[in-house]
Write a protein that binds this ligand. Structure first.
Ligand code: GUN
Length: 281
């Protein structure tokens, strides 16, 4: 392996310690409410992780669980109740929602001032304009990783693989706001390997195990791997073929232990930011 490993776990721990220190001297206890609908096992694990991380940082966390057969009115009703609750500063509705529920309707029901996921159209619009308010946690975590790892973004050629609302699109907006040249690639992109080879920074967020190969990577480029995929043998792997890509790249994030812990850390940052903003005149 030639590439430098970007240790997301260690960087996330620094961020979490900073948030905990700021919460301790804030003079109030921020509140985070996580809404979990149904019993998707992966979502249950993510929600438990977020809940524990929030508590560890001194944030009062609660999880509102709704059954898989809850309808849109039930979920929107739970969100509205949290909007009205003065002890709640941040609301997160864990995705994906069961198929019979329109996620857009639920996201739009969240008070934009409490939207710690940054998914509400108002926050999406502000980010697109380069006036970020609450920014989606995973792309925010990626920017922090790049910053701490000392990888220059301004003027860099970057490619984002994937155009999801949770990662790809907000990631592109943040890179653009940081003065990168940004390409967004997706399932219809022609000659993806060639597009990738032009990039100084590759952010892979497609959810396909080990799709990015070594010969897609320019020597010395940075790979930020957002993918978390389970292989048939149970192991977790990213969107990049780690062992071979690490021979070519200059820096790379591992899976697990790369972007994942940063998502959680940035959720805590967003919760504190929302709490402070709601209390400022
Ligand atoms: N599912 C996968 N990633 C996320 C995320 O960042 N927020 C929420 N709410 N759900 C997710």
């Amino acid at each position: 392996m030639n590439a430098r490993l970007i240790d997301g776990k260690a960087i996330a721990n620094v961020v979490r310690t900073e948030v905990a220190a700021n919460v301790a001297c804030a003079g109030f206890t921020p509140g985070l409410a996580v809404v979990l609908v149904g019993d998707d096992p992966a979502s249950a694990v993510y929600v438990r992780t977020k809940d524990k991380a929030a508590r560890d940082a001194g944030i009062e966390a609660r999880t509102i669980r709704l059954p898989a057969n809850a309808d849109e009115i039930d979920v929107v009703g739970a969100v509205r109740k949290l909007n009205q609750d003065p002890t709640v500063d941040g609301i997160l509705v864990q995705m994906p929602l069961p198929k019979h529920i329109n996620a857009l309707v639920v996201i739009e029901a969240v008070d934009p001032a409490k939207d710690v996921d940054g998914f509400h159209p108002l926050n999406v619009g502000l980010l697109t304009e380069g006036r970020p308010a609450l920014v989606p946690c995973t792309p925010r975590g990626v920017m922090k990783l790049l910053e701490v790892a000392g990888i220059g973004v301004s003027g860099a050629r970057t490619i984002v693989l994937g155009r999801s609302s949770i990662v790809g699109r907000p990631m592109a907006s943040l890179l653009l706001a940081a003065n990168a040249t940004v390409t967004i690639a997706h399932s219809r992109t022609r000659n993806l390997p060639a597009e990738c080879r032009r990039a100084d920074i590759v952010v892979a967020a497609v959810g396909r195990a080990e799709m990015v190969r070594a010969d897609w990577i320019r020597t010395g480029a940075t790979i930020i791997d957002v993918g978390i995929n389970r292989l048939p043998d149970g192991r977790l792997t990213g969107d990049a073929a780690f062992a071979e890509c690490a021979q070519v790249a200059g820096a790379i994030t591992p899976v697990p232990g790369g972007v994942g812990p940063m998502t959680v850390a940035c959720l805590l940052e967003n919760t504190l930011a929302a709490a402070l903003r709601r209390r400022s005149p």
